[in-house]
Ligand binder design. Structure first.
Ligand SMILES: C[S@@+](CC[C@H](N)C(=O)[O-])C[C@H]1O[C@@H](n2cnc3c(N)ncnc32)[C@H](O)[C@@H]1O
Ligand code: SF4
Length: 446
């Protein structure tokens, strides 16, 4: 096996930077509804992205790090949808009356756990605020629980993008992660979605899962190419067994590909996808050249928020549902993380936030730098000299290793450096500089 010395050097625990500051560094371990409303009123709420968290899944996949609730009881659907509609009504009292909804994403958990009737009820309640054609609507779907009716009803409601959770087709891996899902199931839903008219289909794959091998993962990629989804998310497996409720205990750490093998899985998959015509977008993502994500990347219009990479940049993102995070650019707020507490607060007529963070000037500046690095692989130098010296010190080994270079006022990430983008962002994250990183805060960067 070819050993890449940079892998051992840079494989440390680090954030994935879906926000800055990252959640463990939020100041307001408790944020009141009143504080959050004040922030919202101060912010630009003319353009809104809406994320709706639908947390239920019928069966636990043991690798999963998402906020979910496992149940086979479908009675939970209706009260949960009632609460989402109520929560949205509460938000409408606070945001700009002429707001425009630019994006609507159903995430989870498993949105297709819900019946088409309940999903229709939810979207009909929100739809009056969606002027036709202007809002990009997408949802996450578990191939095994996605029926033809789900695909048709959601299409009729305006959804044009769907993201299927695949992870890996290797049976040994599937057994270890408790997620048996054969290629034909995926093929059927994928082809039906195409036939109905969905314009962008995404497949989520993960490298670094237990028992993965180069040959096995290559076979997964070859299967994926039979369907040629417009987008592929190639996630690094985040091993975070210390987080309550993840269920990441069905296999031993020794069953996971170790750091060099994991990097080889990533490098093999990246080279393979590029050889098949995909464009590598920011961190973890690939898209066919004509997909809107590639077009946004090529024209420097890519944006990143809690939903991942997006082509639209809305001033404010509102997260509805248990554990959902909202972002007004100047502040973040997270909803209650248990279904029962979430329902109780909404049913009392309260926005169900429980913690958050208000950004100061320095944080806003760093936030912009990290966003630039994640989306465009380049950023401007900080204005303050002292600040810059500190960052420069952290970047020095990466300059030596040719992961970044400094070009006048601009820091540019090299092609080689893209695999280490989390480490490069960490150099700009001054909150980490004086922080003794415990092992149980973030997953490792490789
Ligand atoms: C909400 S799930 C997808 C929708 C649906 N529940 C399903 O399983 O098909 C979102 C995605 O997060 C990714 N994910 C979950 N846990 C992860 C982990 N520990 N490390 C990396 N990616 C993870 C998976 O790729 C998964 O498809
Ligand atoms: S991967 Fe999807 S279906 Fe599996 S537990 Fe996580 S959210 Fe639920």
């Amino acid at each position: 096996m070819l050993v890449n010395p940079l892998v051992s050097k840079y494989n440390v625990p680090g954030p994935r930077y879906t926000s800055y500051p990252t959640v463990p560094f939020w100041k307001n371990s408790s944020m009141t509804e009143k504080e959050w409303k004040i922030e919202l009123v101060k912010s630009d709420t003319k353009t809104i992205a809406l994320y709706i968290h639908l947390p239920f899944c019928e069966s636990l996949c043991t690798f999963c790090g998402c906020h979910k609730r496992i149940t086979k009881n479908h009675q939970v659907e209706s009260p949960y949808i009632d609460a989402l509609i109520k929560e949205w009504e509460l938000y409408k009292e606070v945001i700009d009356v002429d707001f425009q909804l630019k994006e609507l994403h159903l995430g989870g958990g498993t949105p297709t756990f819900f019946s088409t009737k309940e999903l229709e009820r939810l979207i009909h309640a929100i739809k009056p605020s969606v002027p036709n054609g202007n809002c990009e609507m997408s949802f996450e779907a578990h191939p095994s629980s996605t029926t033809p009716a789900h695909l048709q009803v959601l299409f009729d409601l305006g959804f044009r993008r769907v993201s299927f959770g695949i992870q890996d087709y290797d049976l040994k891996v599937q057994k270890a992660i408790h997620r048996i899902q054969d290629f034909d199931t995926v093929k059927n839903v994928h082809e039906l979605a195409k036939k109905i008219g969905y314009t962008s289909i995404n497949h989520d794959l993960i490298y670094g899962l237990p028992f993965q091998t180069i040959a096995g993962f290559l076979a997964t990629l070859e299967q994926t190419m039979k369907l040629m989804p417009e987008r592929i998310a190639l996630y690094s497996y985040a091993h975070v067994p210390w987080i309550k409720g993840t269920g990441q205990r069905g296999y031993s750490e020794l069953d996971l590909p170790q750091e060099q093998e994991k990097m080889q899985l990533y490098e093999m998959a990246t080279a393979y996808l590029i050889s098949k015509g995909y464009i590598s977008i920011g961190m973890d993502h690939f898209a066919l050249p004509n997909d809107s994500l590639s077009l946004a990347f090529n024209t420097n219009k890519l944006h990143r928020n809690f939903m991942g990479y997006t082509t639209k940049s809305s001033a404010t993102m509102i997260g509805l549902g248990m554990s959902a995070i909202s972002d007004s650019w100047g502040a973040f707020a997270q909803n209650e993380k248990e279904v029962e507490t979430y329902l109780a607060k909404v049913n009392k007529g309260e926005l169900p936030v429980f913690k958050g963070h208000i950004l100061d000037e320095n944080e806003l500046f760093t936030r912009k730098q990290i966003l630039d690095l994640m989306c465009h692989f380049r950023t401007e130098l900080p204005k303050t000299q002292a600040y810059w010296m500190e960052i420069r010190k952290k970047l020095e080994p990466m300059i030596q290793d040719e992961l970044v270079k400094i070009d006048g006022e601009i820091v540019v990430v090299s092609l080689k450096g893209r695999s280490f983008i989390r480490n490069i962002c960490m150099a700009f994250d001054y909150k980490l500089h004086n922080f003794e990183m415990g092992n149980q805060l973030f997953s490792k960067t490789i």
